[in-house]
Design a protein around this ligand. Structure first.
Ligand code: NAP
Length: 242
């Protein structure tokens, strides 16, 4: 049987790395992306034993997206599982937010999902099967002072996903979101310790989540067991928002 071809963006570290590793362990052929040559080489290294590969990709760049899909499709076959994980924050209160901070977060976190999904669904619709899984955030639903750009981008992805689910469901292609709470990665390392502790007070489970907690939900959504789930948002947040 041929291996499932799985593309994970932002696989150089954090949540994306855990997702790529999990799929590789499950026997998928994984293409993981990073924004730098060094990052792509590191992905190549950790995926080496499973036969997977690392590639450079800036999800803001349509040309790079087209080139990557052309390579994957001509050499390996159509992407069957797409995990849109790459993302960024550029926090600040709205009154002080710079236009470029708004634009870069919306471009990286939301417009990229439009670009990647539009490119991936071609092959999936033809194959009459496929999975798109988008990593959003608990703040899409609950909001967070200082993150109007980030919350808008992630809420946008959830609305986009519900709509695309309606458009492509009849071809047995599903699109879902996993919305993490506070997960221990470089992104949360940047948070001030006092702020982090006060945020943790709102988490019934009482600790940060691990990237592997997110990878487990993503892996379920990609599995045959999840073939009747589409347009859903799975919260993996230790009860931070419910
Ligand atoms: P992270 O450790 O900061 O890693 C971000 C990843 O995204 C890196 O692989 C980075 O690549 C990649 N990336 C950033 N900008 C990119 C671009 N323009 N094009 C392509 N790739 C780009 O983040 P994380 O915490 O693992 O977060 C992963 C996802 O989960 C994000 O969508 C984030 O919003 C979401 N999330 C995280 C948390 C959390 O608590 N950590 C909570 C909710 C949601 P390079 O290494 O090359 O820079």
């Amino acid at each position: 049987m041929s291996r499932t071809i799985t593309l994970v963006t932002g696989a150089s570290r954090g949540i994306g790395k855990a997702i790529a590793k999990r799929f590789a362990k499950q026997g998928h052929f994984v293409i993981g992306t990073a924004t730098t040559d060094k990052g792509a080489e590191a992905i190549d290294e950790y995926l080496h034993d499973s036969g997977g590969i690392g590639r450079v990709l800036d999800v803001r760049d349509q040309e790079q997206i087209d080139k990557l899909f052309e390579e994957i499709e001509s050499v390996y076959g159509a992407v069957q599982v797409l995990v849109n994980n790459a993302g960024m924050t550029q926090d600040g209160l709205l009154m002080r937010m710079k236009d470029e901070d708004w634009d870069s977060v919306l471009d990286t976190n939301l417009s990229s999902i439009y670009r990647m999904s539009k490119r991936a669904v071609r092959g999936m619709m033809k194959a009459r099967r496929g999975r798109i899984i988008n990593i959003t955030s608990v703040v899409a639903q609950m909001g967070n002072a200082g993150q109007s750009n980030y919350a808008a981008s992630k809420a946008g992805v959830e609305g986009f996903s519900r709509t695309l689910a309606r458009e492509i469901g009849s071809r047995q292609v599903t699109i879902n979101c996993v919305a993490p709470g506070l997960i221990e990665t470089d992104m949360t390392d940047e948070l001030d310790e006092r702020l982090l502790n006060s945020m943790l007070d709102a988490v019934p489970i009482g600790r940060l989540g691990q990237p592997e907690d997110i990878a487990a939900a993503v892996s379920f959504l990609a599995s045959d067991e999840a073939s009747y789930i589409t347009g859903a948002v799975i919260a993996v947040n230790g009860g931070m928002y419910m």
